[in-house]
Design a protein around this ligand. Structure first.
Ligand SMILES: [Zn+2]
Length: 177
């Protein structure tokens, strides 16, 4: 019983130490974000230094990253919007997990940033927030919650180094008054 892929992922088991049930695969279950098109445009926007989202005018929600459908109203969103690359840290944690899921020796600050949306006040848009690295925040800033509510701005890679990825933004750093 070796060498035979058991499931669509191709996982191989060399020996059984647990009961195994083999089930026929019905179709191919794929998990795909419903927003392939939207995400593509979002990533292209990042390359140009723009953060794009979509708006559902029925409930007022702004989606960043954008979605094509409002999952609250079950309808297509109405329009695109360019949001600011600046906002407020709504929550933050220290993370020992790198982007490739390896464990870091020193933790990094990660937070959810609620970005400013032109034409909206802070509280009148339902904005889920963009998660990203926070630079310049110490472990103590996070643990004492001083980082919460801080105004931050995206630190962009230089245009020639951008690839159309969320990492075109290196991190969000505190806005110094
Ligand atoms: Zn909606």
């Amino acid at each position: 019983m070796t060498g035979k892929p058991l499931n669509p992922r191709g996982t191989k088991y060399d020996k059984w130490t647990f009961p195994v049930f083999e089930m026929g695969v019905v179709g191919r279950a794929r998990y795909e974000y419903t927003t392939g098109q939207a995400l593509g445009r979002f990533l292209a926007g990042l390359k140009e230094g723009k953060i794009l989202g979509t708006v559902c005018d029925k409930c007022g929600r702004v989606f960043v990253p954008p979605r094509m459908y409002c999952s609250y109203c079950f309808r297509e969103v109405d329009r695109w919007i360019e949001v600011k690359d600046e906002g407020v840290v709504v929550t933050a944690v220290m993370s020992y997990i790198a982007a490739d899921r390896s464990r870091l020796k020193e933790p990094v600050a990660v937070g959810v940033v609620k970005l400013d949306v032109p034409g909206y006040k802070f509280d009148d848009h339902f904005f889920p927030g963009l998660m990203h690295y926070l630079c310049g925040f110490s472990e103590d800033d996070v643990k004492s919650m001083r980082a919460f509510g801080a105004r931050v701005k995206a630190r962009w890679k230089p245009p020639e180094k951008r690839t159309g990825s969320i990492t075109d933004i290196e991190c969000f750093e505190a806005v110094r008054p």
